[in-house]
Design a protein around this ligand. Structure first.
Ligand SMILES: [Zn+2]
Length: 241
């Protein structure tokens, strides 16, 4: 059952001293290999303080509409699906340095569509490819992603964060049947320091022209009616059947 977030008071901010504790906790979880896109809340909880758990629970139940953002409801929370394809070893080069993207998980039917699309892209742009920066995320991982942007990018401001990262029930990354892919290119764009730069890449131009042929749609274009910030790298998979 979905608890009605609209029943409770709107959360205007989180306790600042609790937010400050998250980076160290997330670092520890990362170091222990727990922080993967398929992590469950049960796996996370033992590592969180009572105050951190309270923040995580509140984020789980935030309603974007309370902050003037009209992200469509994505779906009720689902268990981590069994048909995920694990993608490892993707590499890009940024400022002359080679990086390897950590493990990513893609529902099988979306992976099949992605492989076809990437092949078509590579037929036109030899030596380039569409990398998967993110795809499926468990509800718990989506909460972690939200906390990460909230703390390290938006200085605790919920209204700004929620235009960028959605709570699990509103995230297009947590519903396996129609999960979105966040793309990255082999030059590392978008980078956290230059998210907008992806708009000027050949990958974005190609996706705009051909994405829909492979059932990938740009969810949050510039000036979208939902009030989400533009995310040219974020393409949702939507099968027509
Ligand atoms: Zn995304």
């Amino acid at each position: 059952m979905v608890t009605g977030p609209e029943d409770g008071p709107v959360v205007t901010s989180f306790d600042e001293s609790t937010l400050k504790t998250f980076p160290a906790t997330l670092e520890l979880l990362e170091a222990r290999g727990i922080l993967t896109p398929t992590v469950t809340l049960d796996q996370l909880r033992p590592f969180l303080t009572t105050a951190q758990r309270a923040v995580a629970d509140q984020i789980m139940n935030l309603d974007p509409r309370d902050y003037g953002v009209h992200t469509p409801y994505a779906g009720d929370l689902e268990p981590v699906p069994a048909n995920l394809v694990k993608v490892v070893g993707q590499q890009y080069t940024e400022h002359g340095q080679q990086h390897t993207i950590g493990e990513k998980y893609v529902p099988r039917h979306i992976f099949v569509a992605y492989v076809r699309m990437n092949a078509a892209f590579m037929a036109e742009h030899r030596k380039r490819r569409l990398l998967i920066q993110s795809c499926y995320r468990s509800p718990a991982y989506q909460v972690v992603v939200f906390i990460d942007w909230l703390v390290s990018f938006y200085a605790g401001n919920i209204a700004k964060t929620i235009r960028h990262a959605s709570p699990p029930r509103y995230s297009q990354h947590t519903i396996a049947s129609k999960a979105a892919i966040d793309f990255r290119n082999i030059d590392g764009s978008p980078s956290s320091g230059n998210l907008e730069g992806f708009k000027d890449t050949v990958e974005y131009a190609w996706l705009r022209q051909h994405g829909e042929e492979f059932s990938f749609y740009e969810s949050w274009p510039e000036g979208n009616k939902y009030g989400m910030r533009a995310e040219p790298w974020h393409w949702q998979y939507r099968s027509s059947t």
